[in-house]
Design a protein around this ligand. Structure first.
Ligand SMILES: [Zn+2]
Length: 101
């Protein structure tokens, strides 16, 4: 069975994910945003494979609030934050590992 979310809800300041294997993952929105995997937030490797983490500025009022979200191609979850940022694709594997990040 391929692991996928059976249900995703934003509850208060957390995202609650119920997986199709019966487990659950709870991730604070702020942590989710700080771990945004997009190139703008987490950097891209250069030709030598080194990754330089860019300096990212957040807006305390809007960067950690979620506007909406969607599922992408059956493998990832894509939130849109209140500050308009929406380029982060969180794969299901990545979300599953959030507890240990
Ligand atoms: Zn990002």
């Amino acid at each position: 069975m391929k692991i996928a979310p059976a249900n995703i809800q934003v509850i208060g300041s957390e995202v609650a994910i119920a997986w199709n294997d019966g487990t659950e993952t709870y991730v604070p929105l702020e942590k989710l945003r700080l771990l945004c995997p997009c190139a703008t937030c987490s950097g891209e490797p250069d030709a030598m494979g080194r990754v330089y983490k860019p300096k990212v500025s957040y807006n305390a009022a809007t960067s950690f609030q979620m506007r909406t979200w969607g599922l992408v191609g059956g493998y990832a979850w894509q939130p849109t934050w209140q500050d308009g940022h929406s380029t982060g694709l969180y794969t299901f594997d990545y979300l599953r590992r959030m507890d240990s990040l």
